[in-house]
Structures are given as C-alpha cells and as structure tokens.
Design a binder for this molecule. Structure first.
Ligand code: GRF
Length: 449
C-alpha cells in the first residue's frame, strides 16, 4: 500500500447519499486527507448518484436484486474496488448486509455510519425504537464493520437530546445533521466522553490484535484529529430527575402483602424530596400495623445526587441521618444509638441511590458500585448489568435492563428490572436471600407530575 497519497475512499450508498456528499465535501475542502475515488450504489437511479455526479465523483451502479445475488454483487464490488485502488470502504446509508467472508477479508478497512448510540439499537428503524422506549439521548456511531451486524468497534459517536415533542422525522433529521459532521470531522468532543473512551479502548484492541491495516489507522487518525479540532456540539443539559408517583404491589414469598408508593418531588431548584410509604394488607397488618415511611432529601447538581437527610421508621430499624458533605461525616441516630460515620465519595441513602442509578443510566453511564448508608454502616454495593428482557406488567409490555445489586459478604441480592420508559425506575424488583425470592415488588402505576 502506498504511503504519500491521500486515502482513497469507496463510498457505498443505497439512497439519498447525504453522508456520502458530506464526506466528499470534507475531502474536497481538505478537511480530511482523503479522496472519494468511487461512489457505488446498489440501486439504479437513486438521488445519491445524481449528487455524486454533481460533485464530480465517479459513480457505479452494481444492482443487488436479492440475497441470492450477494455473491455476484460482491464479486463485482471487489473488481470495482480493485480498479479504484480503494484503501477504505465507507458504508454511508448502504442498506445491504455484506457476507462474512467479504467483511472478514477487510477487517479494519470498512467503516459504517449507523444512526444510534451503538451497542444500543442495532438494525433498522432506530429513531422510531428510541422514541418508543422513551430514551432521553440518541445519536449516531461510526464504527468498523465486522461480521456481526452493527457490532464492530465504535470509533466515534455523536449525541443529541431527544426532545419531548420529537417525531421520527424531526429526531432523524437532527441525528443526520450530526452524522454529516461525524463522517468527516467527528463530533462529541472532550476527553473522557463515551466516544473518546471507546476510541482509545478499540485502538488498543485493534493494535494488539495486529490486524490493523494502514488505511484503517490513517482513517481513524484523520477522524480523531479532525474530531479534536471540531467545535463541541451543543451538549444536552445534565439530566434532572422527573417528578413522579410510582405504586408497586409487594409480595412476600409470593403472597401479596401490601403496596409501596414512591413519590419524588422537587421542593426548590435542584432540591428533591423522595418518600416511600409501605402499607400492609390483611394478615400482614398484624406484623406491620402502621404504614412504614422512609424519606430522603437530596440535591442534584451536574447530574450527581447528593443526599442531605434520610429518615426511616420501622421496628428496631429507626434511622435519622444528616449528611454533612463539608465535614465528610454522616451523623444522627440509628437503632436508638448515635450515628457518626465517615462519608465515602458519592455515598447514597437507600432511596437516593435509585435516583442516582436513574440519572447515571440516562447519561449512559452504567453504574458499577455505590457506597450506601445501610442503617448504621456505610457499605459498598456492586451493581452488575445482567441483560435485557421485556416484562408483561399492568402497564403493558415494558423493555427492561436487568441489574443486580449485592454487598460483598451478604447473602442478599437485589434484582432490578429497570425500564427506560419509566425513566429507569424498576418495573419489578426482587430480593433474593440465599438464592430464593423473599420479597418482590411489581409496578402498578407510574405518573409523571
Ligand atoms: C443515515 O441515517 C445513516 O445513518 C443510515 O442510513 C442513513 C443514510 O442517509 N445508515 P444518507 O443516504 O446518507 O442521506
């Protein structure tokens, strides 16, 4: 492969070709040291071919008339790529799936632009699915293509906030505007951003795998360099918790025992009051004659939750705690004794931790562990993402992400099915002791205020 010439790109399209045009313009303006050598469409007569010709680019149509045609298509594509001496293939709105053999022979030399924040929402209709799931943030990814559909290493990502009145059309238009920058310059700036972290990680993986072709390295460097110079896009403001009332049924060893109502309200800017009230049914009233109430007051600043006070009333389990973040102590009373503990960074109380998880997931920051006030101790709870599932609930089918929470050395594990459509509140929660379900909660109602 030669060294001094600009990177030769072959851009594959299926339709409008606006990404192809954005890349070609960035090349022509010298913003990236590359040249669109050939535009290949798998359909005749699409608007992207006219745009390419108007930009003075060479075009080819290699018609794809069905899955059985793939071999014939790929042979013709290989010849066209060889004629064009293409270093790198960019799939820009190319709606066909290339074969494993074709892709694996070119690892690191095929890029794709996909309209979602991969690994979320692979496949088609991403904007529609993002709206249906009630996501707050969406975007586009540029990634290396592997045999796994939309599954290859992410190079960079752009993000947009999903607005309350967005439709599929408005959201897709906003995401595509960022794609046009991402394909040529890259967007989403700032060290430590999700995109830069994934870029570094994949760099290392690709390098250590020894599979990197010069073209891919150059492409990634060009994209990274231009990306770091690009003006940062308007950032979505850090998420604030929604105000809501959520009601759950509580089951004890499978028997419905009562209800739990969780209510979050904002008392002044950035200050919140979160209460949980449990009421027992029937025979369980004998054990719990009064409603059990817990409350947490906390502040939310820059997307971080900082508890201020926590109170819980329960037989032998009373807690009144005050968090003093200046002195780094939590003081008060627990189980009738004085409480005086050193705060760990980011310590939560048993209620505020749910809101901290909610905000972390909304900001696409997977929670891994929290220090938490546990009656008269501060313990560390590990959070593990276990997968996804769709639950049938009284609110209908809800897509959920399953997390477990566990304190080292304890025989209890909490399972949380967090639903994006409920702002990541649990649709279901279960507490397992030594592997068997002791208490479970199931959502009955969720009202935003
Ligand atoms: C873009 O949204 C891209 O993310 C997806 O297909 C669309 C193509 O648009 N892969 P265009 O043909 O580049 O205008």
């Amino acid at each position: 492969m030669s060294t001094g010439r600009p990177l030769q790109l072959a851009v594959l399209i299926s339709g409008r070709g606006s990404n192809m045009a954005a890349i070609a313009r960035a090349c022509a303006a010298g913003e990236i040291d590359a040249r669109v050598r050939l535009v290949i469409s798998e359909r005749a007569g699409v608007a992207g071919l006219d745009t390419a010709r108007a930009l003075g680019l060479e075009t080819r149509t290699i018609a794809w008339s069905g899955a059985t045609e793939r071999l014939r298509f790929e042979r013709a594509l290989e010849r066209a790529l060889a004629d064009a001496r293409a270093d790198l293939i960019v799939l820009a709105g190319f709606m066909r799936i290339l074969s494993q053999e074709f892709v694996e022979a070119r690892i690191g030399r095929i890029l794709n632009i996909h309209p979602s924040l991969l690994p979320l929402y692979r496949g088609l209709h991403t904007h529609r699915r993002v709206l249906a799931a009630g996501e707050r943030v969406h975007g586009a990814s540029v990634h290396f293509v592997t045999a796994e559909l939309d599954g290859g290493p992410v190079i960079l990502q752009s993000r947009v906030a999903v607005l309350p009145d967005d439709t599929e059309a408005t959201l897709s238009a906003r995401v595509q505007t960022t794609e046009h920058t991402a394909g040529s310059h890259g967007v989403e700036s700032g060290p430590g951003s999700m995109a830069s972290r994934s870029r570094c990680r994949w760099w290392r993986i690709l390098m250590s795998a020894g599979r990197v072709e010069r073209a891919a390295l150059v492409a990634a460097m060009l994209i990274s360099a231009a990306w770091s110079q690009a003006a940062p896009p308007p950032q979505a403001p850090p998420p604030q918790p929604p105000q809501f009332v959520a009601t759950y049924t509580i089951a004890w060893h499978g028997i419905t025992a009562g209800t739990s109502t969780l209510e979050l309200q904002s008392t002044s800017p950035q200050l919140y009051l979160y209460t949980s009230t449990d009421r027992a049914y029937g025979v369980f009233r004998l054990a719990f004659p009064h409603a059990l109430r817990q409350s947490s007051r906390f502040r939310v600043a820059a997307g971080q939750v900082e508890p201020l006070t926590f109170q819980a009333g329960g037989p032998g389990n009373d807690v009144m705690a005050q968090f003093d973040w200046k002195s780094g102590q939590v003081t008060g009373m627990a189980k009738g004794k004085l409480l005086d503990l050193k705060l760990q960074p980011g310590t939560q109380d048993p209620l505020s931790v749910q809101i901290a998880i909610m905000l972390a997931l909304q900001a696409r920051d997977a929670p891994e562990s929290f220090w938490m006030l546990n009656t008269d101790e501060i313990d560390r709870y590990e959070y593990r993402r276990q997968g996804q599932s769709t639950l049938d609930t009284p609110l209908g089918k809800l897509r959920t992400i399953l997390y477990t929470s566990h304190e080292a050395g304890s025989d209890k594990t909490t399972y949380l099915w967090l639903a994006p459509a409920l702002d990541y509140m649990p649709a279901r929660a279960e507490q397992h002791v030594k592997g068997s379900t002791q208490v479970s909660l199931e959502i009955q109602a969720f009202t935003r205020r």
